[in-house]
Design a protein around this ligand. Structure first.
Ligand SMILES: Cc1cc2nc3c(=O)[nH]c(=O)nc-3n(C[C@H](O)[C@H](O)[C@H](O)COP(=O)(O)O)c2cc1C
Length: 324
């Protein structure tokens, strides 16, 4: 399948693995890229730019295909050395950067000068248009279904994607709620040129996370995510657990008085406990509604090949058959 996204990133299949804190290490990125998609390492999981440089080098040892690095601008507890991370990306010869969180304008000149393609992940048409205006090569349009930060507009992909198609000139991929060939074909029909998956790629053999996390995703249904931190305008979709319920009780009882300090226990330092130690109830961690569509733990190649093969069947048999 050839789309503007496969051409732009020089990949075989229009499938991207989104950056994921404490999940998107070199092992996962390399496995996705080796399967013909675009794997992405998450910069901020690496504590220093030197650590990121090592992670990029590790990934290059595991794949000779293109892979990317995610650079997330979010309110973090500690100030991050963004110029240092950008330098590590450029010096590491990375060809694609996925930016997210807020406007990437500050890092764009350095990335573009180095010939790096930038795909900005955003949750609204207005932010996608801004990304286009400042020179991003593509956008990842993240609908309300998505795991992680869906923004504050709450527009699901069935409306968000065709709206993006109405307005954008640069190519975009559909992100949020993507799991299988049906997701891919539907996204193409709605105007996207590929898909970005987060949650689905966690439940793969190569994802370097604790088995408990993968089993939690297989066990979860589409009813099992919650939105937290909405009163702080930092909404995050997470898998429900006792820590999430505790946090939601605090949000309900403190109302407008809620401060970040009130929820530190449920939110800060959680990812290593969940992803590395497998303590899935120790705090809040991102998960998409798409958990309801995850029933197995395939290899990345099985997942990607399955999506591409089945997409062809849907297009050639199911859809063409309907035309009689
Ligand atoms: C556990 C987890 C961690 C994530 N961490 C990040 C991150 O650090 N930076 C980022 O830009 N997106 C992050 N995301 C969002 C994903 O890259 C992707 O946009 C999202 O998962 C798409 O929705 P889906 O989960 O329905 O596929 C994370 C998602 C998950 C599930």
């Amino acid at each position: 399948m050839k789309t503007r996204i496969t051409e732009l990133f020089e990949i075989q299949h229009p499938i991207i693995q989104g950056g994921m804190h404490y999940v998107a290490f070199a092992e996962l990125a390399a496995a996705v890229s080796n399967a013909g998609g675009l794997g992405i390492i998450t910069a901020l999981t690496q504590k220093t730019p030197e650590d990121l440089a090592r992670e990029i080098a590790r990934c290059r040892e595991m794949t000779d295909r293109p892979f990317g690095v995610n650079l997330t601008f979010l309110p973090t507890v500690h100030a991050m050395d963004y110029p240092g991370y950008v330098a590590a990306i450029i010096e590491g010869g990375v060809k694609v950067v996925e930016t997210a969180g807020r406007n990437p304008e500050a890092v764009l000149p350095a990335l573009k000068d180095a010939g790096i393609k930038v795909i900005h992940k955003c949750t609204s048409v207005r932010h996608a248009l801004k990304a286009e205006a400042i020179g991003c090569d593509a956008v990842s349009v993240d609908g309300f279904e998505c795991g992680g930060h869906p923004g504050e507009d709450d527009i699901p992909n069935m409306v968000l994607l065709p709206r993006a198609a109405e307005e954008l000139k640069i190519p975009f991929v559909a992100s949020g709620g993507m799991a299988d060939a049906r997701s891919l074909v539907a996204s193409l029909a709605l105007g996207a040129e590929g898909i970005n998956m987060g949650t689905r790629f966690i439940a793969t053999v190569e994802a370097p996370v604790h088995e408990n996390v993968k089993q939690a995703l297989v066990a979860a249904t589409e009813l099992d995510t919650r939105l937290v931190m909405r009163p702080l305008r930092n909404t995050e979709r997470v898998l429900n657990n006792p820590a999430v319920e505790r946090l939601l009780e605090k949000e309900a009882s403190l109302g407008k008085k809620l401060q970040f300090e009130d929820i530190v226990e449920e939110v800060v330092g959680v990812y290593p406990k969940v992803m590395t130690e497998g303590r899935v109830d120790s705090g809040v961690w991102s998960c998409g509604m798409v958990a309801g569509l995850i029933h197995d733990i395939p290899t990345c190649r099985q997942l990607v090949d399955g999506i591409m093969n089945e997409a062809e069947t849907i297009i050639r048999q199911r859809l063409e058959g309907m035309l009689g």
